[in-house]
Design a protein around this ligand. Structure first.
Ligand code: PEP
Ligand code: MN
Length: 442
């Protein structure tokens, strides 16, 4: 195999990159980015790898979730805190139902770039570059907004730092303290159909914590704090390369704990796989319809030749209609290779539909259906689904249809805010967690 360097990806075919008109401006921005303080440390990354190894052994469950695309405008304290609340609520429900620790990975603090189906978009005869996320350009349909701006790489990094700083401060300040789960209630959630079930569960946990603390005469101090890891799609390679640092003999991407390779850029010979194979972070890879067994086995041997526990996370996303046909072959091929994979199910990206009004949506029943099928298929084959990868928000948006409130395509117009893909709102996310807890403990 050829020698890896932080820049060896430059010699490979590369997809989904912006064309920056000014190469000098790009170089100035990436040179500056490389000098900025890291967002995470190699020690934290090693901790996550150990956690993922435990998940692969069946000792804990991974909850990875956040926006499809974060936007610069929504780097706001309330939005960040609400997202953290939903992730905490979901992990409480999952821990209770699965009787297992939950490893939380936010899809945030750097999830600013998006792959697109076409490089350009044409409206009324005018052709402009596609919107590739706030890290690259702006969504308005003008030539100025759509021109990729290198300074956005620095802005995205700074906003990722602000987001992480807020999450870290909230956690350090006791926001995630399991002695006070009542603090995680979202105001509008009191009116949700699941409020009662959730309140019962919170009361049960409070009782259990109180019981153990009385028995032992000690405060369970480790319940005060949690770890929350960050992840984003490693897409814009100039950004990822600039955040790559040598730590001892290894190279780490210090822009997040766990980057993942998207389905559109997972070619074994491509630049994204080449970059990811050399970094010491745990790496995710999305696996979807049309992928050959041969490609999957090549990805395994390229990305994890030593079979390091916790190194590789396989995230399948087939859609509810295809999962039962496609997943068994994938699981069997990976099992036959002897690879100790950690499997996550992304039940979002294979279930996207467009409404008559042109809004992208997903139906809650399809999302849940794919997830339940994933649990079932893994179990039937003696494998294990080790976690979920979701697009969600703590805001009361109307982007996915269905759920306990049976949102219709018509309802979506009320509060549709996503810049790219539709997210589960807080209520739908909690409902999904409850369904997972029931399915997995069956
Ligand atoms: C995503 O996670 O937002 C995404 C684009 O997913 P995929 O690469 O699986 O299509
Ligand atoms: Mn998405």
């Amino acid at each position: 195999m050829s020698l890896w360097t932080p820049h060896s990806w430059r010699d490979r075919p590369i997809l989904q990159q912006p064309s920056y008109p000014d190469a000098d401006a790009l170089k100035r921005a990436t040179d500056t980015l490389a000098l900025r303080p890291p967002l995470v440390t190699s020690g934290e990354i090693d901790t996550l790898r150990a956690e993922l190894a435990a998940a692969a052994r069946g000792e804990c469950f991974v909850l990875q979730g956040g926006d499809c695309a974060e936007s610069f405008d929504e780097c706001r304290g309330d939005i960040i805190a609400n997202r953290l609340r939903v992730l905490l609520q979901m992990s409480l429900v999952l821990t209770h139902g699965l009787k297992q620790r939950v490893v939380r990975i936010g899809r945030f603090a750097g999830q600013y770039a998006k792959p697109r189906s076409a490089d350009t978009e044409t409206r009324d005869g005018v052709e402009l570059p596609s919107f590739r996320g706030d890290l690259v350009n702006a969504p308005e349909f003008t030539a100025e907004a759509r021109t990729p701006q290198p300074l956005r790489l620095l802005e995205g990094h700074a906003l990722a730092a602000l987001s992480l700083n807020h999450v870290r401060a909230l956690i350090d300040g006791g926001f995630a303290d399991l002695h006070h789960p009542e603090n995680w209630d979202l105001a509008w959630m009191q009116h949700t159909p699941h409020a009662q079930a959730y309140a019962r569960l919170v009361a049960e946990i409070e009782n259990a914590v109180g019981y153990f603390e009385t028995l032992s005469g000690q405060r369970l101090a480790h319940l005060d704090r949690i770890q929350l890891f960050s992840s984003h799609e490693a897409l814009v390679m100039e950004y990822e390369a600039a955040l790559t640092h040598a730590v001892g003999p290894d190279h780490y991407n210090l822009g997040c704990h766990m980057p993942w390779i998207g389905m559109r850029t997972a070619q074994p010979d491509g630049a994204h796989v080449e970059y990811c194979r050399g970094i010491a972070n745990p790496v995710g890879v999305k696996l979807g319809p049309g992928l050959s067994t041969d490609d999957v086995l090549r990805l395994l041997s390229l990305l994890d030749p030593q079979r390091t526990p916790g190194r590789l996370v396989l995230i399948h996303r087939f859609g509810h209609a295809r999962i039962e046909d496609e997943l068994p072959g994938l699981i069997e091929a990976v099992a036959a290779s002897g690879h100790p994979a950690l499997w996550l199910c992304d039940p979002m990206h294979g279930n996207t539909q467009t409404t008559g009004d042109g809004l992208k949506t997903r139906d809650f029943a399809h999302v849940l259906g794919e997830l339940l099928a994933a649990f079932r298929v893994h179990r039937q084959l003696g494998s294990r689904l080790g976690g979920v990868h979701l697009e969600l928000t703590g805001e009361n948006v109307t982007e996915c249809t269905g759920g306990a409130r049976a949102l219709s395509a018509e309802d979506l117009k009320q509060r549709y805010r996503s810049q790219v893909d539709p997210r589960l709102n807080g209520e739908q996310a909690l409902e999904l967690a409850m369904a997972i807890a029931t399915a997995a403990s069956d």
